[in-house]
Design a protein. Sequence first.
Length: 179
Amino acid sequence: MRSGAILILTLCLGVLRAEIVDRIAVVVDNQVIKQSDIDTEIRVTDFVNGEKLDLSIAAQKQAASRLIDQKSIRKAMEMGVYPEPAPGEADPLLKQIRQRYPNEAAYRRALASYGLSEATLKQHLLWQIAVLRFISLRFPTTPDGAAAPNNGEANQQFFAWLDQSRKDTRIEFKREDLK
């Protein structure tokens, strides 16, 4: 009887011991940016740019800012008709990144050192393609309305739109150090 009570008490204590797996860092309108999203953004960006991994508060602020902008872009993409890139469209970019390494093992070690999987990297590359497509379709600068990728005027229009979107968005920082 007594050992049964101890067993039940032990099980209850095990259930009561909660761990924080992730936490909300920023709320953009009604969408959440988790701390893990910020960490992943930093890891992927530093990996793609060939930079040393930097998880400092300053890097977290920059990543949070990029993710806030991405929420605005995603919202605009959902309201319009912007085709998503096919999964294979990331392959040429992935190939360029792999070519930085002497072999597959070195590439895999580099991914692991940044705490990334190839699936996460590919997802990020597809998102980059989607954003470029969004910019070229939403902010065309040619007289016939055709998309004009990598055009300075389109970039200016995009960043002006992004600034206004940020002003029109309710942003709540759950981590004060990310402001």
